[in-house]
Design a protein around this ligand. Sequence first.
Ligand SMILES: [Zn+2]
Ligand SMILES: [Zn+2]
Length: 350
Amino acid sequence: MIGVKIKGNYNVGVEEVAIPDVGSHQVIIQTEASTICGSDLHFYRSPSIEMGNRVNFIAGHEGSGIVHKIGDHVENIKVGDRVAIFHRYGCGVCENCIKGWPQYCKEGKSTTLVMGQSVIPWKSSGTFAEYILCPSDVCFKIPDSINFEAGSIIGCNGITAYSIITKLGIKSGDIVGIFGLGPLGITASMILNGMGAIPIGIDLSLERRKLAEKLGLPYSANNISKLGDSIDIISHKRYEIDVTIDFTGNSNAINDAIRIVKPLGKVGLVGIGPGLESTVIKPTQFLEKGVTISGILVGNIHNMYDIIRFVDKHNIDFSKMITDRFKLSEAIKAFTIAEKGTEGKIAFIK
Ligand SMILES: [Zn+2]
Ligand SMILES: [Zn+2]
């Protein structure tokens, strides 16, 4: 089969690789769609020297497809099922794994499926390939109303956006400022729309603002003062921004997100960008206003059931944010376009 490996230094390799064997508690999925994530781009940009043995593995952690083969002791799914995949797993038996947080596995066995970084290659393989190997318990059945492209987005962007929204306790009617209208910001705004909140967004890219507005974002701006003005327009100067969520990981955006939220408001941090490590947040910025700051990297795996039900019930189609579709053999072009940062989601399709 064809598989795509991320090599770092803005290189990807399209290679012929063997279809993996299925083992106990594992499944092989015939890939119908897989999507490129910001995390994949992080490794794509990384200097080759920092890539380590990742360069040897098929990349990709967002994918969906049809169950092709199951190993022994697989009971939650059967051959022919349509499934979306959650991209993390751990030991499966420690307290954090049982509670749905394999990323914080107490046995130190947290593994990502796979940003070209599987430490246990016989346990899972990346989604940028014709077939995916993974543990059966990261597979979730999706109803016919959810197409495969949307299913791919659900397993990373979908669950991450859903998790920060629920963690922040956002409710119907809340005004939510979204910093960064890339795929993750657009995913959040579609979920917020579905639940009756009012998302407004900020992004420097006109293309991304237009796409977000086309998908239901009521208002977007390219700078913070215009975003502030929009609240006055929307609410006739009666309301303020209840919650802000940063999906950029940019230092200025994070500080703006804290500055613009109302007193006693909430701020969610999700984005990982260059410069995040050196971002300085002054305690007086949020303690004087009584602001709550909360972060999340990846959602709780149990939220997969919730997000699948939510998008089904509210007729939300995440595939509408896909602007470019490629075959796996066109991976070099796909990554070049994704790297521009002006498009919506980029997908590999069968
Ligand atoms: Zn992802
Ligand atoms: Zn564990």
